[in-house]
Design a protein around this ligand. Structure first.
Ligand code: FNR
Length: 382
Protein backbone atom coordinates (compact mmCIF):
# COMPACT_ATOMS: atom_id res chain seq x y z
CA UNK A 1 0.00 0.00 0.00
CA UNK A 2 1.36 3.37 -0.91
CA UNK A 3 -0.20 6.72 -1.54
CA UNK A 4 1.36 8.65 -4.43
CA UNK A 5 3.14 11.87 -3.48
CA UNK A 6 0.61 14.02 -5.25
CA UNK A 7 -2.25 12.64 -3.16
CA UNK A 8 -2.52 14.97 -0.18
CA UNK A 9 -6.23 15.29 0.51
CA UNK A 10 -9.34 13.14 0.38
CA UNK A 11 -10.31 14.76 -2.89
CA UNK A 12 -6.88 13.93 -4.34
CA UNK A 13 -7.43 10.36 -3.22
CA UNK A 14 -10.84 10.37 -4.87
CA UNK A 15 -9.36 11.51 -8.19
CA UNK A 16 -6.62 8.90 -7.86
CA UNK A 17 -9.22 6.17 -7.20
CA UNK A 18 -11.51 7.12 -10.02
CA UNK A 19 -8.83 6.25 -12.52
CA UNK A 20 -8.75 2.63 -11.38
CA UNK A 21 -12.12 1.92 -9.79
CA UNK A 22 -14.37 -0.73 -11.36
CA UNK A 23 -17.19 0.96 -13.19
CA UNK A 24 -19.75 -1.01 -11.24
CA UNK A 25 -18.29 -0.09 -7.87
CA UNK A 26 -18.03 3.53 -8.94
CA UNK A 27 -21.63 3.58 -10.11
CA UNK A 28 -22.85 2.13 -6.83
CA UNK A 29 -20.74 4.49 -4.71
CA UNK A 30 -21.63 7.66 -6.56
CA UNK A 31 -25.23 6.87 -7.21
CA UNK A 32 -27.68 9.52 -6.15
CA UNK A 33 -31.34 10.31 -6.51
CA UNK A 34 -32.57 11.59 -9.87
CA UNK A 35 -30.43 14.48 -11.16
CA UNK A 36 -27.91 14.56 -8.34
CA UNK A 37 -28.83 18.09 -7.22
CA UNK A 38 -28.61 17.13 -3.57
CA UNK A 39 -25.34 15.29 -4.10
CA UNK A 40 -23.85 18.48 -5.56
CA UNK A 41 -25.38 20.59 -2.81
CA UNK A 42 -23.90 18.27 -0.16
CA UNK A 43 -20.44 19.02 -1.49
CA UNK A 44 -20.87 22.72 -2.20
CA UNK A 45 -22.60 23.75 1.02
CA UNK A 46 -19.34 23.61 2.98
CA UNK A 47 -17.72 26.24 0.78
CA UNK A 48 -20.22 28.84 1.92
CA UNK A 49 -18.75 28.90 5.40
CA UNK A 50 -15.42 30.51 6.21
CA UNK A 51 -13.74 30.93 9.57
CA UNK A 52 -12.22 33.80 11.50
CA UNK A 53 -8.90 32.61 12.95
CA UNK A 54 -7.58 33.66 16.36
CA UNK A 55 -4.01 34.53 17.37
CA UNK A 56 -1.63 33.92 20.25
CA UNK A 57 -3.66 31.15 21.82
CA UNK A 58 -0.93 28.58 22.72
CA UNK A 59 -1.39 25.85 20.16
CA UNK A 60 1.21 23.50 21.63
CA UNK A 61 -1.44 21.13 22.95
CA UNK A 62 -4.72 20.86 21.15
CA UNK A 63 -7.45 18.61 22.48
CA UNK A 64 -9.45 17.11 19.60
CA UNK A 65 -11.72 14.84 21.61
CA UNK A 66 -15.46 15.39 21.19
CA UNK A 67 -17.13 17.59 23.80
CA UNK A 68 -20.15 15.26 23.87
CA UNK A 69 -18.63 11.85 23.10
CA UNK A 70 -21.11 9.46 21.46
CA UNK A 71 -22.16 6.73 23.93
CA UNK A 72 -19.89 8.36 26.52
CA UNK A 73 -16.87 6.60 25.10
CA UNK A 74 -13.53 8.43 25.01
CA UNK A 75 -13.18 8.67 21.22
CA UNK A 76 -10.01 10.41 20.01
CA UNK A 77 -11.72 12.56 17.40
CA UNK A 78 -15.07 14.28 16.81
CA UNK A 79 -15.80 12.25 13.68
CA UNK A 80 -16.42 8.62 12.81
CA UNK A 81 -17.33 6.26 9.98
CA UNK A 82 -21.02 6.16 9.06
CA UNK A 83 -22.91 3.16 7.65
CA UNK A 84 -22.55 2.31 3.98
CA UNK A 85 -23.64 -1.04 2.62
CA UNK A 86 -21.58 -3.70 0.83
CA UNK A 87 -18.06 -2.47 1.42
CA UNK A 88 -16.84 -5.79 0.06
CA UNK A 89 -17.26 -4.12 -3.31
CA UNK A 90 -14.34 -1.84 -2.47
CA UNK A 91 -12.04 -4.35 -0.78
CA UNK A 92 -12.16 -8.11 -0.14
CA UNK A 93 -11.94 -7.56 3.63
CA UNK A 94 -14.94 -5.20 3.44
CA UNK A 95 -16.29 -3.81 6.69
CA UNK A 96 -13.78 -5.79 8.73
CA UNK A 97 -11.02 -3.62 7.24
CA UNK A 98 -13.02 -0.46 7.94
CA UNK A 99 -13.64 -1.52 11.53
CA UNK A 100 -9.95 -2.26 12.08
CA UNK A 101 -9.05 1.22 10.80
CA UNK A 102 -11.68 2.83 13.03
CA UNK A 103 -10.23 0.99 15.99
CA UNK A 104 -6.66 2.00 15.14
CA UNK A 105 -7.74 5.65 14.97
CA UNK A 106 -9.95 5.54 18.06
CA UNK A 107 -13.18 6.51 16.29
CA UNK A 108 -16.58 4.83 16.14
CA UNK A 109 -17.84 2.83 13.17
CA UNK A 110 -21.53 2.41 12.37
CA UNK A 111 -22.08 -0.86 10.54
CA UNK A 112 -24.77 -1.10 7.86
CA UNK A 113 -27.07 -4.10 8.28
CA UNK A 114 -26.36 -4.77 4.61
CA UNK A 115 -22.67 -5.29 5.14
CA UNK A 116 -20.62 -8.05 3.59
CA UNK A 117 -18.74 -8.76 6.83
CA UNK A 118 -21.00 -10.04 9.61
CA UNK A 119 -21.62 -7.93 12.68
CA UNK A 120 -19.76 -10.51 14.82
CA UNK A 121 -16.72 -10.40 12.57
CA UNK A 122 -16.75 -6.60 12.64
CA UNK A 123 -17.03 -6.58 16.43
CA UNK A 124 -14.11 -8.99 16.74
CA UNK A 125 -11.75 -6.70 14.81
CA UNK A 126 -13.32 -3.35 15.65
CA UNK A 127 -13.61 -3.76 19.43
CA UNK A 128 -15.07 -0.67 21.09
CA UNK A 129 -15.19 1.11 17.74
CA UNK A 130 -17.85 -1.34 16.54
CA UNK A 131 -20.50 0.36 18.63
CA UNK A 132 -23.36 1.25 16.29
CA UNK A 133 -25.44 -1.08 14.12
CA UNK A 134 -27.59 0.63 11.49
CA UNK A 135 -30.89 -0.96 10.50
CA UNK A 136 -34.20 -0.61 8.73
CA UNK A 137 -37.49 -2.08 9.90
CA UNK A 138 -38.63 -4.73 7.46
CA UNK A 139 -42.04 -5.66 6.15
CA UNK A 140 -44.04 -8.55 7.52
CA UNK A 141 -43.25 -10.00 10.93
CA UNK A 142 -40.30 -8.34 12.51
CA UNK A 143 -38.51 -11.62 13.33
CA UNK A 144 -35.63 -10.58 11.13
CA UNK A 145 -35.18 -7.33 13.08
CA UNK A 146 -35.52 -9.09 16.41
CA UNK A 147 -32.88 -11.62 15.44
CA UNK A 148 -30.48 -8.87 14.33
CA UNK A 149 -31.06 -6.99 17.59
CA UNK A 150 -30.39 -10.12 19.69
CA UNK A 151 -27.16 -10.73 17.79
CA UNK A 152 -26.06 -7.11 18.13
CA UNK A 153 -26.71 -7.20 21.87
CA UNK A 154 -24.85 -10.50 22.26
CA UNK A 155 -21.92 -9.21 20.23
CA UNK A 156 -21.63 -6.10 22.38
CA UNK A 157 -22.90 -3.30 20.15
CA UNK A 158 -24.13 -0.31 22.15
CA UNK A 159 -26.67 1.37 19.90
CA UNK A 160 -28.94 0.65 17.00
CA UNK A 161 -29.26 3.40 14.41
CA UNK A 162 -32.68 3.39 12.80
CA UNK A 163 -32.46 4.96 9.36
CA UNK A 164 -35.76 6.80 8.93
CA UNK A 165 -35.27 8.44 5.54
CA UNK A 166 -36.01 5.39 3.38
CA UNK A 167 -39.54 4.04 3.90
CA UNK A 168 -39.58 3.79 0.12
CA UNK A 169 -36.48 3.75 -2.04
CA UNK A 170 -35.40 6.94 -3.76
CA UNK A 171 -35.43 7.10 -7.54
CA UNK A 172 -31.91 6.14 -8.47
CA UNK A 173 -31.65 5.92 -12.24
CA UNK A 174 -27.91 5.31 -12.11
CA UNK A 175 -28.25 1.82 -10.68
CA UNK A 176 -30.92 0.86 -13.15
CA UNK A 177 -28.95 2.17 -16.11
CA UNK A 178 -25.79 0.39 -15.06
CA UNK A 179 -27.73 -2.76 -14.18
CA UNK A 180 -25.97 -3.09 -10.85
CA UNK A 181 -25.30 -6.64 -9.65
CA UNK A 182 -23.81 -7.69 -6.35
CA UNK A 183 -20.85 -9.84 -7.44
CA UNK A 184 -21.23 -13.58 -7.01
CA UNK A 185 -18.38 -13.81 -4.54
CA UNK A 186 -20.08 -11.45 -2.09
CA UNK A 187 -22.90 -12.13 0.30
CA UNK A 188 -24.72 -10.12 2.90
CA UNK A 189 -22.84 -11.09 6.05
CA UNK A 190 -25.72 -10.62 8.48
CA UNK A 191 -28.18 -12.82 6.60
CA UNK A 192 -28.30 -16.44 5.59
CA UNK A 193 -27.32 -17.33 2.08
CA UNK A 194 -30.85 -17.29 0.73
CA UNK A 195 -31.12 -13.59 1.51
CA UNK A 196 -28.27 -12.96 -0.84
CA UNK A 197 -30.56 -13.73 -3.73
CA UNK A 198 -31.82 -11.43 -6.38
CA UNK A 199 -33.64 -8.30 -5.43
CA UNK A 200 -35.18 -6.93 -8.56
CA UNK A 201 -34.24 -3.31 -9.14
CA UNK A 202 -37.77 -2.55 -10.12
CA UNK A 203 -39.34 -4.16 -7.06
CA UNK A 204 -41.30 -1.43 -5.40
CA UNK A 205 -39.70 -1.65 -2.01
CA UNK A 206 -36.43 -3.50 -2.24
CA UNK A 207 -33.89 -2.16 0.15
CA UNK A 208 -32.26 0.77 -1.58
CA UNK A 209 -28.84 0.11 -0.11
CA UNK A 210 -28.60 -3.55 -0.96
CA UNK A 211 -30.16 -4.04 -4.32
CA UNK A 212 -28.81 -6.99 -6.19
CA UNK A 213 -29.76 -8.16 -9.60
CA UNK A 214 -31.27 -11.34 -10.86
CA UNK A 215 -29.43 -11.32 -14.14
CA UNK A 216 -26.74 -13.85 -13.44
CA UNK A 217 -29.13 -16.23 -11.74
CA UNK A 218 -31.60 -15.93 -14.57
CA UNK A 219 -29.15 -16.75 -17.28
CA UNK A 220 -27.80 -19.64 -15.28
CA UNK A 221 -24.22 -18.50 -14.95
CA UNK A 222 -24.45 -17.75 -11.23
CA UNK A 223 -23.23 -21.17 -10.18
CA UNK A 224 -22.60 -20.22 -6.58
CA UNK A 225 -26.10 -18.96 -6.21
CA UNK A 226 -27.71 -21.89 -7.94
CA UNK A 227 -25.67 -24.37 -5.89
CA UNK A 228 -26.37 -22.66 -2.61
CA UNK A 229 -30.07 -22.39 -3.26
CA UNK A 230 -30.66 -25.63 -5.08
CA UNK A 231 -34.30 -25.12 -5.74
CA UNK A 232 -34.17 -21.41 -5.76
CA UNK A 233 -35.14 -19.24 -8.63
CA UNK A 234 -35.09 -15.49 -8.67
CA UNK A 235 -38.59 -15.39 -7.26
CA UNK A 236 -38.09 -17.81 -4.37
CA UNK A 237 -35.12 -15.99 -2.87
CA UNK A 238 -36.07 -13.96 0.16
CA UNK A 239 -36.24 -10.32 -0.70
CA UNK A 240 -35.53 -7.89 2.10
CA UNK A 241 -38.24 -5.24 2.00
CA UNK A 242 -38.28 -2.08 4.07
CA UNK A 243 -41.66 -1.54 5.68
CA UNK A 244 -43.23 1.46 3.93
CA UNK A 245 -45.63 2.00 6.85
CA UNK A 246 -42.91 2.83 9.39
CA UNK A 247 -43.99 5.65 11.71
CA UNK A 248 -42.87 7.29 14.95
CA UNK A 249 -45.89 6.35 17.05
CA UNK A 250 -45.85 2.62 16.41
CA UNK A 251 -42.26 1.81 15.60
CA UNK A 252 -40.13 3.78 18.04
CA UNK A 253 -41.86 2.16 21.05
CA UNK A 254 -41.68 -1.21 19.29
CA UNK A 255 -37.96 -0.90 18.76
CA UNK A 256 -37.27 0.18 22.32
CA UNK A 257 -39.37 -2.67 23.68
CA UNK A 258 -37.39 -5.15 21.65
CA UNK A 259 -33.86 -4.11 22.49
CA UNK A 260 -31.61 -3.07 25.32
CA UNK A 261 -29.47 -1.06 22.89
CA UNK A 262 -29.78 2.71 22.73
CA UNK A 263 -31.99 3.70 19.81
CA UNK A 264 -30.60 6.48 17.60
CA UNK A 265 -32.33 7.94 14.57
CA UNK A 266 -30.58 8.73 11.27
CA UNK A 267 -31.95 10.74 8.40
CA UNK A 268 -33.79 13.62 10.05
CA UNK A 269 -33.89 16.99 8.21
CA UNK A 270 -36.87 18.83 9.77
CA UNK A 271 -36.87 20.26 13.33
CA UNK A 272 -40.32 18.75 13.94
CA UNK A 273 -38.97 15.30 13.08
CA UNK A 274 -36.13 15.88 15.52
CA UNK A 275 -38.77 16.71 18.12
CA UNK A 276 -40.75 13.58 17.24
CA UNK A 277 -37.63 11.44 17.49
CA UNK A 278 -36.91 12.78 20.99
CA UNK A 279 -40.50 12.50 22.17
CA UNK A 280 -40.43 8.88 21.03
CA UNK A 281 -37.25 8.06 22.88
CA UNK A 282 -34.35 8.57 20.46
CA UNK A 283 -31.06 8.83 22.34
CA UNK A 284 -29.35 10.68 19.50
CA UNK A 285 -30.14 12.18 16.12
CA UNK A 286 -28.12 12.05 12.92
CA UNK A 287 -29.04 14.85 10.54
CA UNK A 288 -28.53 13.38 7.08
CA UNK A 289 -29.95 13.19 3.57
CA UNK A 290 -28.48 9.74 2.95
CA UNK A 291 -25.64 11.10 0.85
CA UNK A 292 -28.15 12.51 -1.66
CA UNK A 293 -29.41 9.03 -2.52
CA UNK A 294 -33.02 9.33 -1.36
CA UNK A 295 -34.78 12.57 -2.30
CA UNK A 296 -33.25 14.75 -4.96
CA UNK A 297 -33.53 18.47 -4.35
CA UNK A 298 -33.74 18.06 -0.61
CA UNK A 299 -31.86 20.32 1.78
CA UNK A 300 -28.30 19.53 2.82
CA UNK A 301 -27.76 18.23 6.31
CA UNK A 302 -25.53 21.20 7.08
CA UNK A 303 -28.28 23.69 6.21
CA UNK A 304 -30.79 21.70 8.24
CA UNK A 305 -28.47 21.49 11.23
CA UNK A 306 -28.86 24.87 12.99
CA UNK A 307 -32.67 24.65 13.07
CA UNK A 308 -32.49 21.15 14.44
CA UNK A 309 -29.91 22.09 17.06
CA UNK A 310 -32.22 24.91 18.19
CA UNK A 311 -35.21 22.58 18.38
CA UNK A 312 -33.31 19.86 20.26
CA UNK A 313 -31.99 22.26 22.94
CA UNK A 314 -29.31 19.88 24.13
CA UNK A 315 -31.72 17.09 25.09
CA UNK A 316 -29.87 14.52 22.95
CA UNK A 317 -26.70 14.63 20.86
CA UNK A 318 -27.09 15.91 17.30
CA UNK A 319 -24.77 14.46 14.67
CA UNK A 320 -24.44 15.26 10.98
CA UNK A 321 -23.21 13.62 7.76
CA UNK A 322 -23.05 14.33 4.03
CA UNK A 323 -20.21 15.62 1.90
CA UNK A 324 -17.59 15.89 4.63
CA UNK A 325 -14.27 15.83 2.78
CA UNK A 326 -11.99 18.15 4.80
CA UNK A 327 -11.02 18.67 8.40
CA UNK A 328 -12.46 22.15 7.85
CA UNK A 329 -15.85 20.57 7.09
CA UNK A 330 -15.76 18.75 10.42
CA UNK A 331 -14.94 22.08 12.06
CA UNK A 332 -17.80 23.87 10.29
CA UNK A 333 -20.30 21.22 11.35
CA UNK A 334 -19.18 21.49 14.97
CA UNK A 335 -19.25 25.29 14.80
CA UNK A 336 -22.85 25.16 13.58
CA UNK A 337 -23.84 23.05 16.55
CA UNK A 338 -23.20 19.41 15.67
CA UNK A 339 -21.84 17.24 18.45
CA UNK A 340 -20.22 14.78 16.05
CA UNK A 341 -19.66 14.18 12.35
CA UNK A 342 -19.78 11.04 10.19
CA UNK A 343 -18.14 10.29 6.86
CA UNK A 344 -19.45 8.02 4.10
CA UNK A 345 -17.90 7.79 0.65
CA UNK A 346 -14.29 8.75 1.53
CA UNK A 347 -13.97 5.45 3.36
CA UNK A 348 -14.51 3.67 0.06
CA UNK A 349 -11.57 5.48 -1.54
CA UNK A 350 -9.39 4.32 1.32
CA UNK A 351 -10.67 0.77 1.06
CA UNK A 352 -10.15 0.74 -2.68
CA UNK A 353 -6.49 1.80 -2.54
CA UNK A 354 -5.43 -0.06 0.58
CA UNK A 355 -8.06 -1.74 2.74
CA UNK A 356 -7.53 -1.04 6.42
CA UNK A 357 -4.42 1.06 5.79
CA UNK A 358 -6.19 3.10 3.16
CA UNK A 359 -9.05 3.87 5.53
CA UNK A 360 -6.52 4.81 8.19
CA UNK A 361 -4.95 7.22 5.73
CA UNK A 362 -8.36 8.84 5.18
CA UNK A 363 -8.98 9.22 8.91
CA UNK A 364 -5.46 10.46 9.62
CA UNK A 365 -5.63 13.00 6.80
CA UNK A 366 -8.91 14.37 8.15
CA UNK A 367 -7.40 14.43 11.63
CA UNK A 368 -4.38 16.41 10.45
CA UNK A 369 -6.54 18.97 8.67
CA UNK A 370 -8.92 19.23 11.59
CA UNK A 371 -6.03 19.70 14.02
CA UNK A 372 -4.74 22.61 11.96
CA UNK A 373 -8.02 24.48 11.76
CA UNK A 374 -8.81 23.77 15.38
CA UNK A 375 -5.45 25.15 16.51
CA UNK A 376 -5.61 28.27 14.33
CA UNK A 377 -9.12 29.23 15.45
CA UNK A 378 -9.03 28.40 19.11
CA UNK A 379 -10.68 30.73 21.56
CA UNK A 380 -8.78 29.78 24.68
CA UNK A 381 -5.13 29.38 25.51
CA UNK A 382 -3.68 26.12 26.80
C1 FNR B 1 -24.90 4.82 2.09
N1 FNR B 1 -25.69 5.28 3.16
C2 FNR B 1 -26.34 4.35 3.95
N2 FNR B 1 -27.05 4.78 5.04
C3 FNR B 1 -27.67 3.89 5.85
O1 FNR B 1 -28.29 4.31 6.82
N3 FNR B 1 -27.59 2.56 5.58
C4 FNR B 1 -26.89 2.05 4.53
O2 FNR B 1 -26.82 0.85 4.34
C5 FNR B 1 -26.25 2.98 3.66
N4 FNR B 1 -25.57 2.55 2.56
C6 FNR B 1 -24.86 3.43 1.80
C7 FNR B 1 -24.07 2.97 0.76
C8 FNR B 1 -23.29 3.86 0.03
C9 FNR B 1 -22.41 3.35 -1.07
C10 FNR B 1 -23.32 5.25 0.33
C11 FNR B 1 -22.47 6.23 -0.43
C12 FNR B 1 -24.12 5.71 1.34
C13 FNR B 1 -25.69 6.72 3.53
C14 FNR B 1 -24.52 7.05 4.46
O3 FNR B 1 -24.71 6.51 5.74
C15 FNR B 1 -24.32 8.55 4.66
O4 FNR B 1 -25.53 9.14 5.05
C16 FNR B 1 -23.75 9.27 3.45
O5 FNR B 1 -22.91 8.43 2.70
C17 FNR B 1 -22.96 10.49 3.89
O6 FNR B 1 -22.56 11.24 2.81
P1 FNR B 1 -21.08 11.16 2.16
O7 FNR B 1 -20.05 11.30 3.26
O8 FNR B 1 -21.00 9.86 1.45
O9 FNR B 1 -21.08 12.32 1.23
Amino acid sequence: FSIPRHVLSLKDLEAHCLASMDVMVRDYLYDGAEEGRTIRENLEVWDRWLVVPRMMRDTSNVDLTPVVPPLNHPWRLPFGIGPSAMQGLAHPAGEAATAAAAKACGVPFALSTFSNSSMEEVKAVGGESAAFLQMYLVSGGRELNIELLRRAEAAGYKAVVLTVDSPIPGNRPGLIKSNFVMPKNLRLGNFSQDFRGPLDQSASNANPDASTSADTARNGTDSESTNANTNSTSSSNKQILVDPSVNWERDMPWLQEHTTLEVWVKGVLHPLDAEAAIVHGARGIIVSNHGGRQLDGCISALDALPGIVRAVRGRVPVHVDGGVRRGADVFTALALGADFVWIGRPVWWGLWVGGEEGVRWVLETLEKEFRTIDALTRRDSG
